[in-house]
Design a binder for this molecule. Structure first.
Ligand code: SF4
Length: 349
């Protein structure tokens, strides 16, 4: 079968002890059955320690929500004592993600990880394909719809990758392509009543993000302070455009093909557009007139956004539902916000 990934994935390396926001903190870590059996059979003092720190199929986190096996040097004691092959599935795979479509497997590394976020932002988006042995993990899907969505996604990726196309126009084009593809699947609902007041639409977007389940306790105060800063923040800096193109490409690649299973191509495209616009606002809030926020900060901001949205199933569901019911995820409102954010006319594409 074909395995398709973004080009940057082959360069991914976990930075372990150097990671400032380790994935071994702040998350429930579920132990798969195979790893649970290995841990149950582990010998000696370390085996005892393992079993003392497992409850109801998960590691018992410390008071400050660290994995009990994350040592003070930021390294994993299970890896050190039992080897890489003894890690549970989630620990050996994170931050990789996969999706299967018959004879095609797609995957990548998630934006929620510091090392991966830096890779995603640092290079133009490309795709690689390799042959891998067959895996049976695909659900049922419509082959004709798959081809149509693949064509639509390629056009979306071409738009955000095209340096001659201003970023705002590229995002508006992504929405137009998604709307056309959605019409093949079903007739999209009539607009929910587009919002024509930019500052109201901005407030509504901040409200939506503030109502999500917070993952990190610093996130809500942070976006609240950005909401206050945004009206007087510097305008979009062209220095951020390449990062935003790559972020948009990441979301488009990762999510649009999922619509072959649930038919929500417009929802996924709107999520990619809203995410890119929202991250551009956070970049502006971290900048001064003299100095746009730099690469490291841009990667951290994108990583934090990803953690708070796409790495919480409940939050992701809420955001995708908004595209069906909320006025701010309405295409014409989004185009207004895009035009305002990037100072471009995106009406007649
Ligand atoms: S978040 Fe990424 S870099 Fe940090 S420990 Fe996890 S996999 Fe490694």
């Amino acid at each position: 079968m074909i395995y398709r990934t973004p080009g940057y994935c082959r360069d991914f390396r976990c930075i372990a002890g150097d990671c400032r926001d380790s994935c071994c903190k702040g998350w429930e870590i579920d132990i798969d059955d195979e790893a649970a059996a290995r841990y149950a059979a582990a010998a000696g003092e370390f085996g005892e320690r393992l079993r003392r720190n497992i409850e109801n199929g998960s590691f018992v986190l410390t008071e400050d929500e660290r994995c009990p096996f994350l040592n003070d040097g930021g390294l994993c004691d299970i890896y050190i004592n039992l080897g890489r092959e003894s890690l549970c599935h989630i620990c050996s795979e994170h931050p990789r993600y996969y999706e299967w479509f018959g004879s095609v497997k797609e995957g990548g590394t998630g934006l929620c990880c510091e090392a991966s976020a830096k890779l995603i932002l640092s290079q133009p988006f490309t795709l690689c394909e390799v042959e891998v042995s067959d895996e049976e993990a695909a659900g049922e899907y419509d082959g004709e719809l798959f081809s149509l969505l693949l064509e639509a996604r390629t056009a979306m990726l071409d738009a955000v990758n095209a340096e001659e196309l201003p970023i705002g126009r590229a995002l508006a084009q992504v929405l137009d392509i998604a709307e056309e593809a959605q019409q093949y699947i079903d007739i999209p609902d009539a607009p929910h009543g587009a919002c024509t007041d930019i500052s109201e639409a901005e407030k509504e977007i901040f409200r939506c993000f503030s109502e999500l389940e917070p993952i990190d306790r610093e996130w809500l105060p942070y976006i609240k302070s950005c909401e206050e800063k945004l009206p007087s923040a510097p305008l979009h800096s062209e220095e951020h455009t390449p990062y935003l193109r790559r972020i948009a490409a990441y979301f488009i690649f990762r999510y649009v093909m999922k619509s072959v299973y649930d038919g929500n191509v417009l929802g996924y495209a709107a999520f990619a557009a809203v995410s890119t616009v929202f991250i551009s606002w956070l970049y502006r809030c971290g900048s001064t007139e003299e100095k746009p926020c730099g690469f490291e900060e841009c990667a951290v901001i994108a990583k934090n956004y990803s953690k708070e949205t796409e790495y919480c199933e409940e939050n992701m569901e809420k955001l995708l539902r908004l595209s069906e019911t909320g006025t701010v995820f309405d295409i014409s409102t989004l185009k207004l916000l895009i035009a305002d954010s990037f100072g471009e006319n995106v009406d007649n594409i």
